[in-house]
Design a protein. Structure first.
Length: 409
């Protein structure tokens, strides 16, 4: 079997977006702004490239200035190699309208960093950020220059405004910057599962881990029962996929696993689910937990404390951010690879990672996962009022999540 391996270097360990980002429609042109990308579909690009007589009458770019001056002076003088009439070959109003939508996602006031602790847990946190303001005029100029050059992307011009208080100024334990993050999507989850995910996220948020200390997911999770805020949801157990308090927590642990992998931390305990679950694609990147039995553990081998700060973002998107102090480690992955896939839903997967430290030491970890057929985890129910048992089988690609991949104790 020919095994196709994709290797890539994530440097600071910030992204597995190649694997975990939401799918997007094909883009005909891409606008770039720091860590953001805005995909321009073919229909919009085609509209941009339609000349219009309205260009010379278009004043909306800056109401206090005449459009003629904008087109023939401001923009034209920015690029000496291009004649001013070039701008008349595009629909400037359409480009500007698109940039207005983009600006709403880029622009923002500066925010000072906040770091407050209570009993060893971070209770209030903001990494801080600089203010940003899209320079529309310069961006239009740049877009047209790139379109003329037949490029497929253009870097927007963004003006930065420094914030007054940096993260490094808020603490003395080395929480200075973002080291890495992991992400997942739980769209399609039932209400109880979403509720448990939110509770689990709140349990892990604010964890501070000293250099050399081992992180235990279950330690910070605590008891999983109704008294501690959890609801019943489907859990994989030997006797079937059955309701139990905390179902869905593996969305939280799996996302934490991905963040720790991205950070290059040594993983000391991790196990995959009994069968493949849709929420954890690509398979091989999940980590199941079950308090008292199965845990997720890793060592903070960075030079300072780390802060774990998970965030529930738009679109049922979960991210686990890890803040601390970067070192010179280099993190490379072999793409999660699924093989031996069978019609009954069983399969195997492997995920490899190589960490090269500043002194040249190479540390390699490979995580092998074996997923059984969902049919092995039938759930037996009794039909109300009949006393007649009936079996239901989780669908291989639609199975609910569970924090238990081992026989019931």
């Amino acid at each position: 079997m020919l095994k196709r391996i994709l290797k890539y270097n994530i440097g600071v360990g910030l992204t597995l977006l190649l694997f975990f980002a939401l799918s997007t429609k094909a883009s005909a042109f891409t606008l770039l702004a720091d860590d953001q990308e805005f995909n321009i579909p073919a229909a919009t690009l085609k509209n941009w490239q339609k000349p219009t007589n309205a260009n010379l009458k278009f004043i909306s770019l800056e109401p206090e200035k005449n459009a003629d001056a904008f087109l023939l002076t401001e923009l034209g003088l920015r690029n000496k190699t291009k004649v001013k009439s070039t701008f008349l070959e595009y629909n400037l109003a359409a480009i500007y309208t698109s940039l207005k939508d983009v600006a709403s996602e880029i622009n923002g006031e500066p925010e000072d960093a906040v770091f407050k602790t209570e009993n060893g847990i971070v209770t209030e946190f903001n990494p801080g950020k600089n203010g940003r303001d899209l320079d529309t005029k310069s961006s239009v100029d740049q877009i047209i220059s790139d379109l003329d050059a037949e490029k497929k992307e253009s870097a927007l011009v963004v003006i930065q405004t420094e914030n007054k208080k940096k993260l490094s100024e808020t603490n003395d334990v080395g929480i200075n910057e973002l080291i890495a993050y992991g992400e997942s999507n739980y769209s399609g989850s039932p209400a109880n599962r979403i509720f448990n995910i939110k509770v689990g996220v709140n349990k892990e948020r604010g964890t501070l881990l000293a250099s050399g200390e081992t992180f235990s997911f279950n330690k910070y999770l605590g008891p999983v029962d109704g008294e501690h805020g959890f609801l019943p949801e489907l859990v994989i157990k030997k006797e079937g996929t059955v309701p139990e308090f905390g179902g869905g927590l593996c969305q939280v642990s799996s996302t934490m696993f991905r963040a720790a992998m991205n950070a290059g931390f040594p993983i000391t305990e991790r196990r995959n689910h009994s069968y493949a679950v849709q929420y954890y694609a690509p398979q091989g990147t999940d980590a199941t937990i079950y308090p008292g039995v199965q845990d997720l553990k890793f060592i903070n081998d960075s030079p300072a404390h780390i802060l774990i700060w998970p965030v529930l973002e738009k679109g049922n998107h979960l991210r686990f951010y890890i803040y601390g102090t970067k070192d010179e480690r280099k993190v490379e992955f072999e793409a999660p690879y699924v093989y031996d896939k069978k019609p009954d839903g069983s399969m195997k997967a492997t995920w490899g990672r190589t960490v090269t430290t500043a002194d040249g030491t190479i540390k390699k970890q490979v995580f092998n996962s074996t997923y059984q057929s969902p049919a092995l985890f039938h759930k037996t129910l009794e039909l109300p009022g009949t006393g007649t048992p009936t079996e239901t089988t989780p669908e291989p690609t639609q199975a609910s999540d569970t924090p238990n991949t081992i026989p019931a104790q």
